[in-house]
Design a protein around this ligand. Structure first.
Ligand code: BG6
Length: 487
């Protein structure tokens, strides 16, 4: 029996995504993408739901609108102009790995061109070279929600098999240009988001007030599965890095010991959480989905080639986002919000200002379960506290609540390592403040680096180190010293 990581030698990192961070929505020849069309709505109870369900008329309005302030992803955190300044801060922080995504529409403005945009390549080239120079490992999410809008309007998003071909072309460009720098690849962010948030996940536009056709949703996901496996096949032949898959994890608990509550939990865990990873890490559709599809009249076009490619090209590592645990019951109980899913309230937990239930032990539980299920190394590719911060008159941010959150979650990571989980690394979400993917707000901040901007895009966009910046810096430094003393 061998356990690869008995010590604490995991990579401590930070993460962002292109659409939430970059801004520069039409600069450098970038094409319009799906996230550029999502409007900010002042906080109303179901704002998150509304900002995720895009209809044709909302997109038409967005395309005509010149009001940049109404569309927060158009300015992001101004990373397009400040990426080098941010990388210098990451270096000061001692980040060992940085997870970023590549904007498909910046490399291929329409998504279906034969060749990539030289300006797009130049933009990412400076980032990869700077990361290399700073000695920071690179973790690339090839596609984190944003899709060139043209692919949605002309081809119907991921419902169309053609997208696999375009996506592989895009991936090949990434391999050819930066394959010698990138260490880890993630073909898709939170692939299970496709059925909670079909616009973000698979580029499906809703007809006004008509619910999504579930066959289309799952067919789109199937195309993403095949695209993921084919990109892994190509990547293994072309580059040295390793390839993962990622889901959003919700750490389900049954509300009571009643067998019905427990079984409902098993079902939700299977379909909402494990399904996509079962396909991508194990190489085939899990048996429980057969009944799920039959009961919903979902029929999929899955070819023999698809079955083979999924089987032959599974992920090298597994990864997940973790923000909250969730409770399941067959009864009607009080609900609260969470990442992608709504949960029954857990009386034992406190929640964030956005209602997400804070549960550090749930992180240890998830790490144990995921490793036990797949027996592949694990990356925590997203975790963090999204909350409001106050910038003081002397430009400080006293976020002791974030430090406490991190301390409690890191303690559970240490426990999971002792439990025998093979953890590759941890990436703090939104290491520099970014626009929220759920509610399109800037003021839901995750970073240890503060960005001076509000929900409407007003502000200087200056960066300020929060108290948690110094804490995380010292934490990483301490861990590195520990590792060196063990060696
Ligand atoms: C994950 C996404 O779902 O959760 C991120 O991968 C997102 O893009 C993160 O930002 C946190 O969600 P939110 O809604 O607070 O931004």
């Amino acid at each position: 029996m061998s356990f690869k990581r008995q010590h604490r030698d995991i990579l401590w990192g930070g993460a962002t995504s292109a659409s939430q961070y970059e801004g520069g929505w039409l600069e450098g020849g970038k094409g319009l993408d799906t996230q550029d069309c999502r409007p900010y709505k002042k906080r109303i109870s179901n704002a998150t739901v509304q900002t995720r369900l895009l209809t044709k008329s909302v997109i038409e309005e967005a395309k005509q609108s010149e009001d940049v302030h109404a569309y927060p992803f158009r300015f992001g955190s101004d990373g397009y102009h400040r990426c080098l300044e941010d990388i210098a801060l990451f270096q000061e922080l001692g980040l060992q790995v940085y997870r970023l995504s590549i904007s498909w529409a910046r490399l291929y403005p329409h998504g279906d061109e034969e060749t990539a945009s030289p300006e797009g390549i130049a933009y990412y080239d400076q980032i990869f070279q700077a990361l290399k120079k700073a000695g920071i490992k690179v973790f690339v999410t090839m596609n984190h929600y944003a899709l060139p809008l043209y692919l949605v309007e002309k081809y119907g998003g991921w419902t169309n098999r053609k997208l696999i071909e375009f996506y592989i072309r895009f991936a090949k460009t990434v391999f050819e240009h930066w394959g010698n720098i990138i260490d880890y690849y993630l073909p898709f962010n939170e692939i299970n988001a496709g059925y909670f948030s079909p616009y973000n996940g698979v580029g499906l536009v809703r007809e006004e007030d008509i619910p999504y056709d579930q066959s289309k949703v799952f067919q789109s996901l199937h195309h993403q599965f095949v695209a993921s496996a084919r990109v892994i096949e190509l990547g293994h032949a072309m580059v040295r890095g390793s390839f993962g898959c990622m889901i959003a994890c919700f750490c389900y608990y049954p509300y009571s010991s009643r067998p019905e509550d427990n079984f409902k939990m098993v079902q939700e865990e299977n379909t909402n959480q494990w399904f996509c990873m079962d396909v991508l890490a194990r190489g085939s559709y899990p048996s429980y989905m057969k009944r799920f599809f039959e009961e919903r009249n979902i029929t999929l076009d899955i070819t023999e080639d698809d079955v083979q490619v999924l089987k032959d090209h599974t992920a090298d590592f597994v990864s997940f986002s973790y923000y909250q645990s969730s409770v399941v019951t067959i009864e009607e109980k009080e609900k609260t919000a969470g990442n992608l899913v709504v949960s029954t309230k857990n009386p034992y937990l406190k929640a964030t200002q956005w209602g997400w239930q804070i549960d550090p032990i749930g992180l240890r539980t998830t790490l144990n379960k995921i490793y036990d299920r797949y027996q592949k190394p694990v990356f925590v590719s997203e975790n963090g506290l999204g909350t409001k911060d106050i910038l003081t008159d002397d430009f400080k941010i006293h976020d002791e609540y974030r430090i406490k959150y991190l301390q409690e979650h890191f303690a559970q990571i240490d426990e999971a390592i002792k439990d025998g989980v093979d953890i590759l690394g941890y990436m703090m979400w939104g290491i520099v403040d970014i626009v929220s993917a759920g509610s399109c707000e800037m003021e839901k901040r995750y970073g240890v680096i503060y960005v001076d901007a509000d929900n409407e895009g007003n502000g200087t966009y200056q960066r300020y180190r929060k108290d948690s910046f110094y804490w995380y810096r010292d934490f990483i430094k301490g861990r590195r010293e520990d590792e060196n003393s063990i060696r």
